[in-house]
Design a protein around this ligand. Structure first.
Ligand code: SF4
Length: 399
């Protein structure tokens, strides 16, 4: 799989700590694409696995003029075998999605959009520095659907002041996937300063959790199933790209500040150098066996699929089972006997049955029966309450 980072935004949103810069003139785009094409040629040998997903993230990829996007897609086709790509995603901001731009994206081969809607309240959108209005967001989804996009993800942010979403104006039929993220105040952002100066007052934890539950309920009533702490999908429409990150599938990250992973080693690209506009692979880290286990726990416990004990090296299994037991006892995790041989589950079966979100399935093992089952065939999954505590549980389990 390939991730491609587009580092430009029209302007900085107040909460944003991603690597992005304002685009100063169209020349910046041209220089960036030239450097990206050079990187593709240089690193094309690093992607040994079949490429099934390509994801343009940012930044704001939809800021790029069509001609520059076309140069990138041509470059990808020249440097890599894209014949097995199933999911070709572009992150987009609503204000960029005009009917012409959308139909050109279809012609270039994009088959999935991830649209940054964030809120359906114009006051909230202004507060966090977004450029679009709720009306523009709704129109963008209509236009995308009309242009031929039938796999559209919408991003929302909760934990904003006065955070009740007015979904009465929203047409869930236009989308297949939702990502809903809690607003976090990252150090050094404009929001951080506003909060410290008392100019913005954010809701407390209890209210944020209330908003999360309210959103989750509305998404489920609209036919979406939660498959990760922040992600919901209609059956068959989970993000294949993100699911592969959580499976620890190797990927190649292109562009400034992009990360790559080859199954053993993580590599980081530098940001764009001032003046030259170039970047390079800046640093790398070879993961130890315990690093790999920690990563698996950190990502898998955020998914409803959880993790198979067989995917933990045998040397760590007994100790880990002991540490997991209190979380099973308090109802944050449940144990299921697994029939799949590994965590690399075929795409068609990535979805957890809806019922498992709410009620541990009837095959839930009692502590007694789990002792009689070969440990490697056990899967540990978070309950809905456990999902809320996934990061804390993982931190306690770290080797
Ligand atoms: S559009 Fe996205 S990447 Fe750009 S500043 Fe806003 S949140 Fe950050």
């Amino acid at each position: 799989m390939i991730y491609l980072h587009v580092p430009f935004c029209h302007r900085k949103c107040t909460y944003c700590a991603f690597y992005s810069k304002p685009a100063h003139g169209v020349n910046a785009f041209g220089r960036y694409v030239d450097a990206l094409l050079a990187e593709m040629e240089q690193r094309k040998g690093e992607q040994a696995h079949p490429i099934r997903t390509v994801y343009f993230g940012g930044g704001t990829p939809s800021i790029l003029p069509l001609a520059e996007l076309a140069r990138i897609v041509d470059g990808l086709r020249r440097s890599f075998d894209l014949s097995q790509v199933e999911e070709f995603t572009l992150e987009a901001n609503p204000e960029d999605l005009t009917p012409d731009y959308l139909s050109d994206l279809i012609s270039l081969g994009f088959n999935r959009l991830s649209v940054g809607i964030q809120s359906l309240d114009d006051a909230q959108l202004r507060l966090i520095g977004r450029r679009h209005t709720a009306r523009q967001a709704l129109d963008a989804l209509e236009n995308a659907h009309r242009a031929g996009f039938h796999n559209i993800s919408a991003d929302f942010i909760y934990g904003l002041p006065h955070g009740n979403f007015q979904f009465s104006i929203f047409n869930f039929q236009l989308i297949t996937h939702i990502s809903a993220y809690a607003l976090t105040v990252e150090s050094g952002t404009a929001l951080d300063l506003q909060v410290r100066q008392g100019r913005v007052v954010l809701p407390g934890e209890e209210e944020v959790v209330r908003q999360y539950h309210a959103l989750r309920q509305q998404f489920e009533e609209a036919g979406f199933r939660q498959y990760e702490v922040s992600n919901f999908a209609r059956p068959g429409y989970h993000s294949r790209h993100n699911s592969r990150y959580w499976d620890r599938t190797p990927y190649l990250g292109l562009g400034p500040a992009a990360h790559s992973f080859d199954g053993r080693r993580r590599r980081w690209n530098s940001p764009m150098e001032v003046g030259s506009g170039m970047w390079k692979v800046e640093s790398e880290e070879v993961l130890t066996a315990s690093d790999a286990v920690n990563e698996l726990l950190m990502t898998a416990l955020r998914t409803t699929r959880g993790f198979l004990l067989a995917d933990i090296p045998e040397a760590y299994r007994a100790g880990l089972r002991q540490k997991l037991q209190p979380y099973v006892a308090c109802g944050w995790l449940y144990i299921e006997e697994s029939h799949h041989p590994s965590r690399h589950i075929p795409n068609s079966t990535l979805h957890t049955p809806h019922s498992s979100l709410h009620t541990p399935p009837s095959s839930l093992l009692t502590p007694h029966s789990s002792l009689l089952t070969p440990p490697s065939s056990l899967t540990y999954r978070p309950t809905p309450e456990g999902l809320l505590h996934a990061d804390g549980i993982a931190a306690e389990l770290f080797l």
